[in-house]
Design a protein around this ligand. Sequence first.
Ligand SMILES: NC(=O)c1ccc[n+]([C@@H]2O[C@H](COP(=O)([O-])OP(=O)(O)OC[C@H]3O[C@@H](n4cnc5c(N)ncnc54)[C@H](O)[C@@H]3O)[C@@H](O)[C@H]2O)c1
Length: 260
Amino acid sequence: MNTFENRFAGKVAVVTGAASGIGYAIARRLIQEGASVLAADLNTERLDAIQGELGERFFGVKANVTVENDIEEMVSAAVKQFGKLDLAFNVAGASRAGVITELSEKDWDFTVDLCMKGVFLSMKHEALEMAKHGGGAIVNVASLNSHVPMYAGSAYASAKAGVEMLTKNGALEMARNGIRVNAILPGLIDTPLTAELLSNADIKEAYMERIPMKRAAQPEEMTGPALFLASDDAGYVSGSSLIVDGAWATTGYPDLSRWF
Ligand SMILES: NC(=O)c1ccc[n+]([C@@H]2O[C@H](COP(=O)([O-])OP(=O)(O)OC[C@H]3O[C@@H](n4cnc5c(N)ncnc54)[C@H](O)[C@@H]3O)[C@@H](O)[C@H]2O)c1
């Protein structure tokens, strides 16, 4: 992977969900390209380990993205630690599966709060801070499921569709403050989130039948698209969704109904 040396030199970024998978890959590449990163996650043990690996331009804080006070403190920590906020990557997410007729209210709330409210709260406080210094760029991590339903994934797909609309609404409202807001829509990525799924050979085969590139992506393959949207090269790009899925959107989701 080609990194752009110093593309983000002097920039300060917040990354939620930075202790694992896509968030960790984004944080690592931002550091490689010169940025300072305030990393937020529930998993402080991993954040501590990553701090040891990435050095003093990485600072981890415990934050639950569904709790507004945590998000306010996350943004304050970025300013306290690094002086300002230029970029934000709202990555934290997870899902509790179940067909609609069996999905509990609790599991619906867990998924929708984490995937959608978490992005709303993050955008709100990131934008308030960015506006103080002439603007910035926000990149939300939605999903191919923003466009394509998934059997037993109603809460997740609905929340991710919501993230895409939040992205457009944010772009509309925040342009006047010099803030661009975009989303990436990943397909199937090899992270701890999908490890159990991909360890089932039958399920993996069902996915591969539908993914024209016949493989899951590595989390690092999300960093180029995400960092492009945050960079000056995307200076006139706002309210966009960039699908990063190995052409999967051309074929639709596998039929997972036999596993439920
Ligand atoms: N892996 C995929 O195939 C895939 C596909 C499309 C979209 N996505 C999205 O990408 C994002 C990252 O997923 P990943 O695959 O890297 O998962 P991951 O499980 O590897 O990482 C998610 C991180 O979010 C953190 N997190 C969970 N709940 C949190 C909370 N309430 N507050 C703060 N942090 C919290 C976790 O501790 C973890 O470190 C998610 O939004 C996911 O929905 C993933």
